[in-house]
Design a protein around this ligand. Structure first.
Ligand code: PLP
Length: 409
């Protein structure tokens, strides 16, 4: 008899997006209206920039000749991309990250999900709430989350981020070994300034915990005092791993490329107190379970660091940021509580009248023919809130705000 990993049975069905689809289907059936604007889109919609397209065409041509053909590449990524990352994303900002601290991958979902492999399942965990569901679910799958009692995972401390605390989480109370932070945040679109992030680094150093810092939305940062990397904070190389992605940065959601930074000086401990370098452990894990991102994706990623590539990528990000600003200001102008949208493609709203997330969903669907994502789907602290995304077109975003202005929420 084969026994399954029963932790999978602990996971609830991911009903959020299927429930949204079902409600939209029913709405469509009863009204026959095709006039729906989707502001729940979590995927980019604009085409790839010309620099990436040209680089990937050239990379395909390389594959056509035995002298330039590329088969299996290095598991940690090609040197040309690791060097470009080290130079452009770190050294240009005064952060000393070497290319052998960078591990190129097929994206941040895999890396944030897989990182748990190098940590014992006895470690307790903390994460912000609402949260990108991958952090919770992968800890459940490995058994690290513990039992679920009345909707709470016993080994996961949720750190609420709400309008009441200005989306600045309090430091954890349970002395967690692993702390997931995601800034700019999905789903709330909020950020921490350097001085707000520093206490987390100090806490992790003091408690010998590791911060898992997801900065998949770093490219959307517009404000000066918001750190692009956790390694801008003194001491972070001794307590943090950072995840980055080209998905939202350069529209690579379908191409697949990202990377993870594991500083060489980062250590964690064995049960008897022996010290282990996490860079070596992650390298070992990747070499065993991952065969590298494709040569073509990595050439595409490299191209966004060229002068032309940088300008082109920025212009697409600016397009989404303009949509985000329209959404944010539109929602604020009709008296909704609204945040995010300045350093992120997400705007997080709440009605002041105690309306639940799903009530807000139904109201916006029925009254405005708008679809977004109920905040409660991202965690208990998301109840009453709603996520709008900036990934639709400029024209549809303007129309969405006009519709919002016509109803009372
Ligand atoms: N991290 C966060 C916070 C995200 O929102 C997403 C995608 O939506 C990812 C990671 C996944 O990125 P990738 O496409 O690189 O796997």
């Amino acid at each position: 008899m084969t026994i399954v990993n029963e932790n999978f049975a602990l996971l609830s069905e991911s009903y959020l997006f299927s429930e949204i689809a079902e409600r939209v289907r029913r709405f469509h059936e009863s009204t026959n209206s095709d006039d729906i604007i989707r502001l729940g889109i979590g995927d980019v919609t604009q085409p790839l920039c010309p620099a990436a397209i040209e680089a990937m065409h050239r990379a395909v041509d390389d594959m056509a000749s035995s002298t330039t053909f590329h088969g299996y590449g290095p598991e940690q990524g090609y040197q040309f991309l690791r060097d470009a990352i080290s130079q452009n994303d770190y050294r240009a900002r005064g952060i000393d990250i070497a290319s052998d601290e960078i591990f190129v991958s097929d994206g941040a979902k895999s890396d944030t999900g897989n990182i748990g492999d190098i940590f014992d399942i006895c470690n307790s965990v903390a994460m912000t709430d609402p949260v990108y569901p991958v952090y919770v679910d992968t800890n459940v799958m490995s058994g690290r989350a513990g039992a679920n009692v009345s909707g709470r995972w016993q080994n996961i401390e949720m750190m609420p981020c709400t309008f009441d605390n200005g989306f600045i989480p309090e430091l954890p109370k349970s002395n967690p070994a692993l702390i997931y932070l995601c800034f700019p945040n999905n789903p709330t679109g909020t950020v921490l300034t350097k001085s707000q992030l520093k206490p987390f680094v100090d806490y992790a150093l003091e408690h010998k915990s590791i911060i898992l810092f997801d900065s998949a939305y770093e490219a959307f940062i517009t404000e000066d005092d918001v750190p692009h990397s956790i390694f801008e904070i003194e001491g972070a190389k001794k307590c943090a791993i950072e995840f980055r992605s080209y998905s939202k940065t350069a529209g690579f959601t379908g191409i697949r490329c990202g990377y993870t930074v594991v500083p060489r000086e980062l250590i964690a401990y064995g049960r008897n107190g022996e010290q282990y370098e996490l860079n070596k452990l992650w390298k070992r894990r990747q070499c065993t379970k991952f065969n590298g991102a494709s040569y073509i994706s990595q050439r595409g990623a490299e191209s966004i660091y060229s002068e032309e590539g940088k300008k082109q990528v920025k212009s697409t990000i600016d397009y989404y940021l303009r949509n985000a600003k329209i959404l944010l200001e539109g929602c604020q102008s009709i008296g909704l509580q609204a945040t995010g949208g300045i350093n992120s493609p997400y705007v997080w709203i709440s009605s002041n009248r105690g309306v639940s997330s799903w009530q807000l969903f139904d109201l916006l669907l029925n009254e405005c023919h708008l679809v977004g994502t109920p905040g409660v789907g991202f965690g208990p602290s998301g109840e009453g809130c709603f996520r709008l995304t900036a990934f639709n077109t400029y024209e549809k975003t303007i129309e969405a705000v006009n519709r919002l202005k016509r109803v009372s929420i």
